[in-house]
Design a protein around this ligand. Structure first.
Ligand code: ATP
Length: 270
């Protein structure tokens, strides 16, 4: 069961140089997650507690998971990921048990970074908390908060949660001692997109006419994940054409394809 719902990566291989355009966010994550793991004494000396939990929020595909993985790699910590939706179960007590398992796995792998994606699945504002399903979800959240209370902030387990639906969150989880450090992770701006294009084409055999500044200018509103997908798709166009070099036209075709696919999936299905 564990293997299915939990991702445990003992040596994640993402570096800060793999993340484009999130300089401020990365600085905050390093200060709140990396520093307490690497220099716990500093917090003791100054006499403050580091934040208990960090919450990353923003649209899908902007690099939230990437940042959590990179900070785990940087601290030689095990990266443990679970999606909030996996914690929602029909059977009473099942979600809470999974939360206990999650933290047991973290303790077995210290130092560890626990990343809980889609935290909104277990921490949404509810209109009617009296239905039994909601009560079960609430118990799961209570278990998570109690696990967080149970260990030292300067310890070797750090918790990062993420959501695409910040507005839906139950404000109770944002109280001090809980997820008390919020970091917004937006879609990249033009400069960020250019950096992300460069990162994802590092190993690609590019023709000289490939112009990242122009591609960045033509990809307004695209996420980091979109940019990564455009790069892969550009490579596919070259392969289909039996060419070894990827040209600017391949990138433009890839962008066009992405836009068509997006339009198609936006159409109502019947
Ligand atoms: P979700 O909310 O959907 O879980 P996320 O914000 O966690 O999304 P990631 O899983 O970090 O998104 O990003 C998906 C992929 O998109 C990454 O593996 C990477 O290839 C690419 N990507 C996204 N953002 C960036 C970025 N800022 N720099 C480099 N690559 C990025």
């Amino acid at each position: 069961v564990r293997a299915r719902v939990m991702e445990v990566d003992e040596s994640p291989d993402v570096g800060y140089e793999d993340i484009g355009g999130l300089d401020d966010q990365l600085r905050e994550v390093r200060e709140t997650v990396e520093l307490p793991m690497k220099e716990p004494g500093m917090f003791d000396t100054v006499g403050i507690d580091p934040p208990s939990g960090v919450l990353l929020h923003g649209p899908p595909g902007t690099g939230k998971t990437l940042m959590a993985k990179a900070v785990a790699a940087q601290t030689d910590a095990t990266f443990i990921k679970m999606a909030g939706s996996e914690l929602v179960h029909k059977f009473i007590g099942e979600g809470a048990k999974l939360v206990r398992d999650l933290f047991q796995v973290a303790r077995d792998h210290e130092p560890a970074v626990v990343f809980i994606d889609e935290i909104d699945a277990i921490a949404s504002k509810r209109t009617d908390s009296k239905t039994s399903g909601d009560a079960e979800v609430q118990r799961t959240m209570m278990q998570l908060l109690s696990e967080m209370d149970g260990f030292d902030e300067r310890g070797d387990i750090r918790i990062i949660a993420a959501t695409n639906r910040f507005d839906m969150l139950d404000r109770a989880i944002l109280r001090p001692g809980r997820f008390d450090r919020l970091i917004e992770v937006p879609n990249p701006d033009e400069t960020g997109r250019e950096k992300i294009f460069r990162i994802h084409t590092r190993n690609m055999n590019l023709a000289e006419n490939v112009d990242f500044a122009r591609l960045a200018a033509e990809t307004d509103d695209k996420s980091g994940a979109d940019v990564a997908a455009i790069c892969t798709e550009a490579g596919m166009f070259a392969i289909r054409d039996d060419r070894e070099e990827i040209t600017m036209q391949d990138f433009q075709n890839a962008l066009e394809k992405l836009e068509q696919d997006t339009d198609a999936s936006a159409e109502p299905t019947r």
